[in-house]
Write a protein of this length. Structure first.
Length: 232
């Protein structure tokens, strides 16, 4: 863990990414992508090393980058088929990030979600896992709030929806893409690095971005939030 100097504004609200922070979908998406692309690269570990740093980007961009690196041209309908397979697997294997429900229950701050997924998918996942009441209508995604991360639009929209300046918000992210967006929005960012999809060296990369602190188990999140809010 590392710790940057405390911000000036009081911290009064929590904004969370969805995939990889609330819903344990990024590890599932990684596994599904490896299966879908195994005919393109036989070495599963090498392929995983290419995918991991790109998780958090919109799937279409991840796939475009991978095919460019592999110097391959997708067959007709291949990208659509891969996308549908990954979405199916994420829905079929839907589960919460371990400990996140208890962690959120212990944090009394008003909450919002800022995700790169489609709003319908986020709402459905939160409803199925029982988290929906914690966030209410405060679900912000590119289809209703502007450009996808790493652009800060969804985080700025989340703050506006909560009725506060971004500097009053703590953001929780697991990806470099998302952390870049939250830092750019002016939020204090906590980086979750405990997921199986997170690449090695993530803490140092987040530190370089200006992330306030990292943690590898959700049981640590309430204490980090409490420390930040009590010092305001």
């Amino acid at each position: 863990m590392f710790d940057h100097s405390y911000p000036v504004l009081p911290l009064t609200h929590l904004v969370s990414d969805c995939d990889g922070v609330l819903i344990d979908s990024e590890a599932v998406a990684l596994d599904a992508m490896l299966t879908a692309l195994q005919s393109r690269m036989a070495d599963r570990e090498q392929l995983a090393a290419l995918i991991r740093p790109r998780l958090g980007l919109p799937l279409v961009e991840v796939l475009a980058q991978l095919f460019a690196i592999l110097e391959a041209t997708p067959a007709a309908g291949e990208l659509v088929a891969i996308g549908e397979y990954i979405e199916h697997e994420c829905d079929r294997r839907l589960s919460l990030v371990p400990g996140v429900a208890d962690a959120l229950a212990a944090i009394a701050l008003p909450k919002a979600v800022a995700s790169n997924s489609h709003s319908d998918r986020v709402r459905a996942a939160l409803a199925r896992t029982g988290l929906a009441p914690l966030f209410g209508t405060h679900i912000h995604t590119p289809d209703n709030s502007g450009l996808p991360k790493p652009d800060p639009a969804v985080y700025l929209a989340a703050a506006a929806g909560l009725g506060v300046a971004p500097g009053h918000c703590i953001a929780v992210e697991d990806s470099i893409t998302g952390a870049t967006a939250a830092v750019a929005a002016g939020m204090v960012v906590l980086g979750y690095i405990g997921g199986g999809h997170v690449p090695a060296g993530q803490a140092l990369r987040m530190q370089a971005l200006g992330v306030h602190a990292t943690f590898d188990t959700m049981s640590a999140l309430p204490g980090l939030v409490s420390t930040l809010t009590l010092r305001r």
